[in-house]
Design a binder for this molecule. Structure first.
Ligand SMILES: [Zn+2]
Length: 197
């Protein structure tokens, strides 16, 4: 099973003291983060009361499920699979890491041919179609993958279903002093544990 997620990330980052704590505090004040809960040893947050003002639904998306199941026994499994929206922040990785959707097909910046994400990353950005070599981050990922040191994860959002609003990105951009972007991934429930810290 795979868990759909919307990932927000700073496109560049200079280490800032207490960065995660400052972001968490700002996101709570904004109303993005609601009540904390533990999932597989990590701190997650329910969607806050202004979540739907800060994350806009795109097109004809169905209404997002924001509330966890009433049955506490069903809650962890529903959370792992993204059956309701919840959030997780960080950790700050010492070096940037790649995360991409299983169906991501970035495009070569030279010839525009698309290729599976794993193939592009494993080949260091070498294009099989034209033979060109360009760093993977210069390929056109079209919100299907990203390389970053920190991710704000919103679980339970499928590709192109929603996007962050300026009301969400501006306050966090002012903290990191760098632009943020976003992408969609679908990560195996177990593998996600290894990468999310
Ligand atoms: Zn090419």
């Amino acid at each position: 099973m795979r868990t759909p997620k919307l990932l927000l990330y700073p496109t560049d980052i200079t280490p800032i003291p207490d960065l995660e704590a400052r972001l968490r505090s700002a996101l709570s004040e904004l109303g993005l983060l609601g009540a904390p809960f533990e999932l597989d040893g990590r701190r997650h947050f329910e969607a806050g009361d202004r979540f739907l003002e800060l994350v806009s639904l795109v097109g004809c998306s169905p209404a997002l499920e924001l509330a966890p199941p009433d049955d506490p026994g069903a809650r962890a499994e529903a959370a792992r699979l993204g059956r309701f929206c919840h959030l997780h922040l960080g950790p700050l990785f010492p070096i940037p890491v790649w995360r991409a959707g299983s169906r991501a097909r970035p495009r070569c910046p030279h010839c525009r041919a698309s290729a599976p994400a794993a193939q592009v990353l494993n080949a260091g950005g070498r294009c099989r179609a034209c033979g060109g070599q360009s760093a993977p981050e210069t390929w056109r990922w079209r919100h299907q993958g990203a390389r970053a040191r920190l991710f704000l994860e919103i679980w339970g959002i499928h590709e192109s279903e929603a996007a962050p609003t300026p009301g969400l990105t501006q306050p966090i951009e002012s903290i990191t002093d760098t632009p943020w972007s976003y992408c969609f991934v679908d990560e195996a429930a177990q593998a996600a544990e290894a990468t999310s810290g």
